[in-house]
Design a binder for this molecule. Structure first.
Ligand code: SF4
Length: 355
């Protein structure tokens, strides 16, 4: 029987940590490569699956360490094939992810925290408040669990950290998990296809850029400080000028751009003059803009914009030489679209579920 209090979860450790643990068990350092292969590409759920290790080593590993096995407790599928995955963690906390089918691959929307403390006014997760950070094993565990749900015709190749939580608020664990996801001893996913989406914690962007080659998206949602501070409390800590300075200093590769996510709230931030203000703010930034019409949910207090308004907003951006994509959210009817993730924080709240 494993004891979480004293036994390290191997997927919480960077590769060097796994090697150190094996050496402490009297093994040669190269044994770590075998174990790491099982942990990530092999997706082992139990030490017993690591069949090219001796029985004795498997037994000693099971006495010394543990593995978190994340499996969805519930799966809700929408008409377009989007699946909302609900995971129950070992302490009863709940998180959600969204698995989105595309023509030749799947994209997974990954959570980084149980709840969130950023308090964005248009977001269901924000309304729930914050419970705790996810461990690296719980972050990469979502990816391993989703890989089991897809087939080779449409493999899981793309990740977006847009589920519950603010990834940069859990930066240490995020960086370990990104090592597992992108690293040569991990899942070896493409750094272009793994996107970290942040509200713009400007003081952490440099750290992220220095330590991870993943793509970057910033949830902007307003073209000026007055409106952004109203929608996103984080803007009171890091103004748009501060955020822009941090983005200009971000170590982007020559061919890469920052994605600016802009959720269009009907009658709030969707007017042509606001599009123009946004275009002015973007000047000098290597960026593209993703326009995401708001998905109304109960008690949100915001409306969806109509399509003509979205297209007019997009036109202003394009006329000002910006790449502006209009992205329809998927899975709205199962509460899996952007800003709709709201797994109850604990299993005890089950009766309140709306799914
Ligand atoms: S939009 Fe993201 S950062 Fe903002 S409250 Fe929701 S989960 Fe947190």
């Amino acid at each position: 029987m494993s004891n979480p209090a004293i036994q390290p979860d191997l997927r919480d450790l960077p590769p060097q940590g796994v090697q150190d643990l094996l050496v402490a068990l009297g093994e040669k350092p190269f044994r770590a490569r075998q174990v790491l292969r099982w942990l990530y590409l092999g997706g082992a759920r139990d030490f017993a699956e690591m069949t090219d290790l001796s029985k004795n080593l498997r037994a000693r590993l099971a006495q010394t360490a543990r593995l978190t096995d994340l499996a969805p407790a519930e799966i809700h599928t929408s008409a377009d094939g989007t699946r909302k995955l609900l995971y129950e963690l070992e302490d009863g906390a709940r998180i959600e992810g969204v698995l989105i089918p595309e023509e030749d691959h799947h994209t997974l929307c990954v959570s980084s925290q149980v709840g969130c403390r950023m308090g964005c006014k248009f977001c269901r997760t924000g309304a729930l408040g914050f419970t705790r950070h996810l461990r690296p094993a719980e972050i990469v565990g979502q990816v391993l669990a989703a890989r089991r749900l897809v087939d080779q015709a449409r493999p899981l190749t793309n990740l977006v950290f847009m589920g519950m939580g603010e990834p940069l608020d859990n930066l240490d664990h995020l960086l370990v998990a990104l090592g597992h996801i992108l690293g040569e001893h991990g899942l070896q996913m493409s750094q272009r296809r793994v996107t970290i989406s942040t509200v713009g914690l400007a003081d952490r962007l440099a750290d992220l850029g220095a330590n991870s080659p993943a793509a970057l998206a910033v949830s902007l949602n307003a073209p000026n400080d007055a409106l952004r501070s109203r929608l996103m409390p984080v803007n009171r800590r890091f103004s748009l000028a501060t955020l822009k300075a941090a983005l200009l200093a971000y170590p982007l590769k020559p061919t890469r751009r920052v994605t600016l996510e802009y959720v269009l709230l009907g009658g709030v931030n969707d007017r042509p003059e606001q599009a123009l203000e946004l275009a002015m703010w973007c000047r000098g930034l290597k960026c593209k803009v993703n326009l995401i019409p708001f998905n109304p949910h109960e008690g949100a207090g915001f409306q969806a914009p109509d399509e003509a308004t979205v297209l007019a907003f997009q036109r202003v951006l394009i006329d000002n030489n910006l790449t502006a994509l209009f992205r329809r959210s998927r899975g709205a009817e199962i509460g899996a679209a952007c800003g709709q993730l709201a797994a109850r924080a604990t299993a005890e709240d089950d009766e309140d579920r709306e799914d």
